[in-house]
Design a protein around this ligand. Structure first.
Ligand code: 1CP
Length: 356
C-alpha cells in the first residue's frame, strides 16, 4: 500500500490491513462473515427493540450497537458494517420486506420486459442512511481518536443483486427464474446488471468516503453459473466496479467473494481485487495455486463447525494450518456466513484456535 493517508492511519489493530501487503505476520488476522446476527441473543434483542430488520438497518445507532456485539465477545481483528446487500433493490423501489425468521421478499420483482424497462438507477443519496451507519459504526469503534479494528464496507455483486431482484426472494432452485431470463433474454438481464453496476460502484465509494477501511463484494450466487456465464454475467461487471474504485480510491483494499466459483479463481485473481474470499467447498491451497502468491486469500472454515464441538474445531484449524501458509497474505474467516444455529461458545473456540 502506498504511503500518505493510508487506511491504517489511527487504527490500533492493523493486522487485517497488513494481510494485504507482502509482510509476514505473527498470526493470521480473523473476522467472521455475519459475525453480528441472529446466533447472538443480544442481536435478537436489539432487532426486537428496532422493530424489524430494515428498521435496524435504517438506524445508525442500532447498527453500531450490533456491530460491537461480537467484538465484545470475541477477539476479532475486523468489523463489518451492519447493513444488508438488499438495501440497493430497496432503494430501487422493489418493495423489500423481512418477516421474523424469514428471508427477504421483494413485492415487485423484475419478471417482465416492462418492469425492467422502468427500472431506474437510484440516486446514491437515497442510501444515505447506510453511509450514516458506516460513520456511526466507525465512531463506535473509535476511542480517543484511535479506531480499534478496521471497518469493512460491502455491496452485493450486480449478479447476486439481480438474482433477488428477478426472483423476488431467495431460492431453492439455484435462481431458476433469473437463469431462465439469462438463457432466453440475456439483454434483459444485462440491463438489470448495468443498473446494479452503476449504483454498486457509487455505493461502495460512498462507504469508503464515510470511513470504511476495506470493501467487500458479495457475489453469493455467482456459483449457479457455468464458467462462461460467470465471466459474462457476473465477473465482467465486478471487474469494472473494481477498476473504477481502484482509480478513485487506490488505497482501499477490495475483497471479492464469488461463492461456488472455484473454477474461476485465476480469472478472479486477475480482476484487480486485493483479496479473494474462498468458500468452504473449495480449498485454500487450490485457491493459492490458481490465484498466485500476490493476492490475499480469506476464508474458508465450514460454518457448520460452529454447531460441532471444541475438539473438532481445534483439530480442523490445526489441520488447515499445517498444509497452508497462514502468515502471509491470508485472513482467517468462515467459507460463508455464520448460521442462526451457531453456538456462541463455539465461535469463541474457533477464534481462539485460529489465534493460537
Ligand atoms: O456481521 C455481519 O456480517 C452482518 C452484516 C450483513 C452482511 C454482510 C448482513 C446482515 N447481511 C450481509 C450480507 C448479505 N445479505 C449477503 C451476502 C453474504 C452471504 O452470502 O451470506 C446476502 C446474500 C444477503 C441477503 C440476505 N439478507 C439473506 C439471505 C437470504 C437467502 O437468500 O438465503 C438474509 C437472511 C438477510 C437478512 C439479514 N442480513 C443480515 C442479518 C443479520 C440478517 C437476518 C435478519 C434478521 O434479523 O432476521
Amino acid at each position: 500500500m502506498s504511503s500518505g493517508s493510508t487506511p491504517s492511519a489511527n487504527i490500533a489493530n492493523t493486522l487485517m490491513l497488513r494481510a494485504f501487503t507482502d509482510e509476514r505476520l505473527p498470526r493470521p488476522p480473523v473476522w467472521l462473515l455475519r459475525q453480528a446476527g441472529r446466533y447472538l441473543p443480544e442481536y435478537r434483542a436489539t432487532r426486537a427493540k428496532a422493530g424489524g430488520f430494515m428498521d435496524l438497518c435504517r438506524s445508525p445507532s442500532f447498527c453500531a450497537e450490533v456491530l460491537l456485539q461480537p467484538l465484545e465477545r470475541y477477539k476479532l481483528d475486523a468489523a463489518i458494517v451492519f447493513s444488508d446487500i438488499l438495501t440497493i433493490p430497496d432503494a430501487m423501489g422493489l418493495g423489500l420486506s423481512f418477516g421474523v425468521g424469514e428471508g427477504p421478499k421483494l413485492a415487485h420483482p423484475l419478471q417482465d420486459e416492462a418492469s425492467i424497462a422502468a427500472l431506474r438507477v437510484p440516486d446514491v443519496s437515497s442510501l444515505q442512511y447506510v453511509f450514516d451507519a458506516v460513520a456511526e459504526c466507525k465512531r463506535a469503534l473509535t476511542q480517543n481518536g484511535v479506531q480499534s479494528v478496521p471497518l469493512i464496507g460491502f455491496s452485493g455483486s450486480p449478479f447476486t443483486l439481480a438474482c433477488y431482484m428477478v426472483e423476488g426472494a431467495g431460492s431453492q432452485n439455484d435462481f431458476a427464474t433469473t437463469r431462465r431470463m439469462m438463457l432466453q433474454r440475456p439483454d434483459l438481464l444485462e440491463r438489470v446488471l448495468a443498473a446494479n453496476e452503476q449504483i454498486a460502484t457509487d455505493y461502495l465509494a460512498q462507504q469508503a468516503h464515510a470511513g470504511a477501511n476495506a470493501l467487500m463484494l458479495f457475489d453469493s450466487w455467482g456459483g449457479v453459473l457455468s464458467p462462461a456465464q460467470y465471466e459474462r454475467f457476473s465477473l465482467a461487471s465486478m471487474r469494472r466496479i473494481i477498476a473504477t474504485l481502484k482509480a478513485r480510491l487506490p488505497n482501499v483494499p477490495i475483497i471479492l467473494f464469488s461463492k461456488g466459483a472455484a473454477h474461476s479463481f485465476a480469472a478472479m485473481a486477475a480482476a484487480g481485487a486485493d483479496a479473494l474470499h474462498v468458500d468452504w467447498q473449495s480449498d485454500l491451497s487450490l485457491a493459492r495455486a490458481a490465484a498466485g502468491k500476490q493476492i490475499t486469500l480469506q476464508g474458508n472454515f465450514d460454518p457448520l463447525l460452529l454447531t460441532t464441538d471444541v475438539e473438532t474445531i481445534q483439530r480442523t484449524v490445526g489441520e488447515t494450518f499445517t498444509s497452508f501458509d497462514a502468515k502471509h497474505r491470508y485472513i482467517a474467516n468462515l467459507g460463508h456466513g455464520i448460521t442462526p444455529d451457531a453456538k456462541p461458545e463455539l465461535v469463541a473456540a474457533l477464534v481462539n484456535a485460529i489465534r493460537a
